[in-house]
Structures are given as structure tokens and as C-alpha cells.
Ligand binder design. Sequence first.
Ligand SMILES: Cc1ncc(COP(=O)(O)O)c(C=O)c1O
Length: 404
Amino acid sequence: MARQLHARRIEGIDKNIWVDFTQLAADYKVVNLGQGFPDFSPPSYIQEALCKAVNGGCSMHQYTHAFGHPPLVSILAKFFGRVVGHEIDAFEDILVTVGAYQALFCTFQALVDEEDEVTVILFYCVHVINLEKVEGGKALTSADWVLSSEELASKFNPRTKAIVINTPNNPLGKVYKREELQVIADLCIKHDVVCISDEVYEWLTYDGAKHVKIASLPGMWERTVTIGSGGKSFSATGWKVGWAIGAGPIVKHLKTVHQNSVYHCATAAQEAVAQGFQREYELFGTPESYFLQLPEMLNQKRKKLATCLESVGLQPILPEGGYFMISDISSFKVDLNDPSTQDEPYDYRFVKWLIKEKGLATIPVSAFYSPEHRKDFQNYIRFCFVKEDSTLNAAEDILRKWSD
Ligand SMILES: Cc1ncc(COP(=O)(O)O)c(C=O)c1O
């Protein structure tokens, strides 16, 4: 066609790090500590729940309620009502989505206009707001990055419509403390701003770090959209069942986007996630709960990976939560002589080299930033540790051979 085919709104977003680096990892058949998905199966009870749902007759294969399968929204309301300390209406306050990503998409589409500003908190310095390394020395854990309340306050203005937070955070692993969340909450209330809180790693905290839901702070329920993921909760990322939970007057706008785009997500997968939450509701806080077992298992893997990275000189930043670990590559000089990547940020080049030359896939951290800021954040790469010990061992072998 002679005329411009694509819509202007897709300009600049045609490249996608997850698509590109996942493809590269597949092309080179690598040990993959890149993309954030478990390479082990979900717990057997939830696999059985999915089989049961699939064999559960006609209704499991047909449309269910557009905004969430009734058994799922009912148990999510009961479960999270208890966690947040606020009554949740299953049919008004919840939207079930195709993974947490679609919940984020619906939220932005529904609430943010072109002229609005949205403040995003990322780790280290970003174009919008800093998490600063505490004074002195090298940062060794994600807790060494703190939120500057002055800087955050300076970003709020009459155009600020929303703030996005992610706790436990990807890629840093920071778990926001109650006091930090209170600073954010106070600003949201003062400036009448919506808080979009991505909490997909909410069960994964280590060394006593405690996940706090910002929606549970006084005055925040009515202005917070909390986003969660069945895929992350039950190690079943391929099911793509997520949700947005918040006050009905906010969530109804997200429903408008959902009903006019996706409309609905797979009934059987929703049914299985409902069964999983029913079980977790009954076992919550007991050793049988998967939401306790998974972080316990991951904590071993986290320590294993940190020890390995440290021993080969790839200084890890120990995460307080989530299943990623970033590593400082600034002192690890490699002669990157691939001319095809010479205009890219150092971490992109480093990660491509690591894939092609050493057979190990990771993710460049500057990918989390907009193109004009990428060069400023090119000294970190991200490792994912929600992997079988055999995968972590294989990665360790590669790193040790290389460092020797
Ligand atoms: C912070 C964060 N939010 C959302 C998602 C997407 O979750 P889902 O697979 O449920 O769409 C991810 C996936 O890695 C994530 O890291």
C-alpha cells in the first residue's frame, strides 16, 4: 500500500525486549535465566484443578461472566478482603484479566488521558523518580535503594493523574516499607491521585521483609488499583489469569475497556485459579500453603545464585522480594567486538555476547527505561532464579568456567 499503514500510536513501540531476547535465547539454545517464568511445574493440586475444570462439562468451555468467572471473583473477594482489611464486592470491585499485563493495560486505557502525567517509580535514577542508593559504599541489597520523599513530592503537579508502584519490585527486588508507602499514600491523597499498585510478586519476600498492600493504608482503598497474577501466584504463567482489584467506581472504567477488547478470559483457567485460592484461603499462614512454600523454596535458589555471582565477580544486589536478582557488571570488562551491536547500551551488548558466546541468557536492565535514558543504566543485568536447581547449576558451570 502506498499510504502509511500503521496507526501513529504504535510508533516507537514496535521493538519489545521480551520478544527479542526470548527469541535470541531460543536461537542459541541457552541456559535461560532471562525471562521470568518457572521452568518447573505448578503444584499438583492446581494442575489437577485445571484437568478437573477441563473435564467438567460444557459450561467450562463456554463464556463465563465477562468481568470474572463467579467462583474466582468470589474467592478473590474473600481472600483479599481478609488481607486488605476492607470488604471487597466480588462483582463490583474486581476485574479478571488476561494476566496482570491486561489489568495494567485496562487501567492505563481507562484512567489516563494524553494530557495527564503518570509518575513511575523505578530503581535507581529514572526520568520520573529516583530510588537512590544510600550514602557510601556499594549497594548490596535492594533495601539499599530508598525513596526520596522530597523528590517524589516534587513530581506531583495538577496534571498528575496516577502513580505506578511495583512491590516487590521487578527488576530490583525492593519491597517497599510501610513508611515509604505512607509517603506515597499521603501524596496521592493530598493531590487526589490514583495509585496503580502492581503486586504480582506479593507472596515472594525473604529475610523477614514484609509485603504491605498500599490499598490497606487509611484513605487508600478508594484510590488504589491493586494488580495481581494467578500465573505468578501459582507458578503457572502460561495460564494468563490476572486481576485488578479496587473500589467499584474506579474498576467500572477498567471494565469498559475490557468488555470492548478482550471481553473475557479462559473459563477453565479461571476455575482452576479459583480452586487454588480456595485451598490457599483455608491453609493461609500454615506450612502447607503454597504461598509460604514457594518463597521458602525460592530463598534457597536466591542464596545459591547470589553466592555464585559473588564468587565470579558479578556483584549481586540481593533482592528482598520477587524472583529476580540484578548484578553490577561495571567492573566486569569484556571485549565486545560485535559491530552489529555497537550503538546499543553496554548491558544490551553484554547480554547478547553472553548468549552468543557463553550460552547464558539474562536481561539487560536498561530495557526497563525509555530509549533516551537507557545509556544511563547500562551497568546492570537481571538474572531470574525461579528455575530448577539443575538450571541454576548449569548457569553456575558456565560462569565458573568463564571466570576461571
Ligand atoms: C511486575 C510485573 N507485572 C506484571 C507482569 C505480568 O504478569 P502476567 O504474566 O500475569 O501478565 C510481570 C511479568 O513478568 C511483572 O514482572
